[in-house]
Design a protein around this ligand. Sequence first.
Ligand SMILES: [Zn+2]
Length: 558
Amino acid sequence: MKMADVAVLLDREEARKRWSRGENAFGGELFEILSHGGIPHRRVFDPKELGKPDVLLVALAGREAVPLLKDVAERGGEVFVFGSFPEMAGALGAEEKMIEGAGYAYTEEENRPPLRFLRACRWRVSSSAPCSARGGLYGGNHDGPFHGPLFHRFAIGSGGITHWAVDLPGTVVGLQQGTRPVERDGFPAPDGTAGIDDGILKADDGFEMDWEVDRARTETGERYFAHPYADLWKETLIGSLLKAATARGLTLPFVDYWPAGVSQVAMISLDSDWNLDDSAETTLRLLRECDVAATWCLIEPGYSPGIYPKVAAEGHELAFHYNAYEPDGGAWGREAFLRQLEWLRRAIGTERVVSNKNHYTRYEGWGELFRWCEEFGIRSDQTRGPSKKGNIGFLFGTCHPYFPIARADEENRFYDVLEISFLTQDVNLGRLADESVIVPFLEGVRRVRGVAHFLFHPIHLHREKPVRGALRRVVEEARGRNFDFWTGEQIDDWERRRRRIRLAGVDEEGRPLVSGSAGCEDAAIMVPGPRGREERGGTGLRHGVRCKAWSRSRANRV
Ligand SMILES: [Zn+2]
């Protein structure tokens, strides 16, 4: 079976025009979505070099590209365009109308909630156009004004062009990273459960959920953001892509999110605020009892020197807890970051520090923190999570690791820092949510096979029995749902390794052909099966498509 040729076009000339005006070209987020999806693809930066893709995702293109894109469809390819593309709309006899503000999209996929979007552009299509429509867009909340279909597909030649009214890459970036740099306090929850307007700049000052529509209640009344919308958008896109390939009699093998045998991952991180040695000892005992390795984020001045070898000897990760919170003696800046990191490296006696989380989730601007991480060798960050009781859960729309994108001033490049956001801090601590959130969080993460990251402070584990009980319950409920516990370092290592796997095709027996995957012996390769074909064992549903799972040892190496 022939493998689909998937291409993503980001017209570099067009991007340069935007950057020179200070505008973002966040369409490039499609590269990140496909890379994390494990989907083999070509990156094209000049529309004249498109070749003959079977499926083409347009991240950014201008007027000159329009005939070339139509040509791809004429020859049988499927072209996806997103949000506003007035030149293409004009060429297809449609008229653009920008939709003001956020809203919700119905994808017509089974068991999928309406998905929040941040940017969308409606196409009004003349009745004579050879076009079909699917899904729907609503403004405000789920039952706000109807804005039109989510998809318009124009049949062209033996292929087609599908317009997604939602600016999918722009929406994913906005949900995960905010729509502007953090320069002022965010708006607090109207019910008083999340006073993020505390005069301290934090990651959660720049979130893009709706306090009313996007929160659900647990059985005890705790409120939480219930949907990983960004992850669900990625799943919608990849599912559409896989279906476009299989509809053409092609296959599209891809690298599964986790190694063979791992369904999804849970993670516990510990912030050492207060640095009480007894609290570290209590935490070590508790984790030993639960048989879980955790990521210990250490804040200056740290524990007594004797603690670190004990923590490391039990398989835990020693990580950085950067303090930029002024009332606790911290400072926001490159020099403070470096000085504290050098302190940590001396304290624990190793240069190798993989992960960081900022104390108090203190955060400013857009990419400063990621630039410092890159410059000083921190590979993964976990600062982007909630700081209050009432904004826990999928606050940033994702529980998957991702590489953040820069703004126009850095030409929308990707930072070489893997972000792993967390769901909540210190479950069962009096001022935070109770343990009724644990199961809904795990179920929400399991649905998209991400990382269920719970943050605890050893000081609270030491002093508060209910918090210790919450950690035990996290472990028990997670294990019962087939979660594997990993540290941040393990997640970072795996995510970087799996992205180096190169898939060259599929042989006559349907086995994936793998090259360039040294060190990825544990990977699972998924091959979408032809519709309706019965497969015995080793299959799974991925992005709504039935796939056969191959472990690397059974795949063909080339
Ligand atoms: Zn802290």
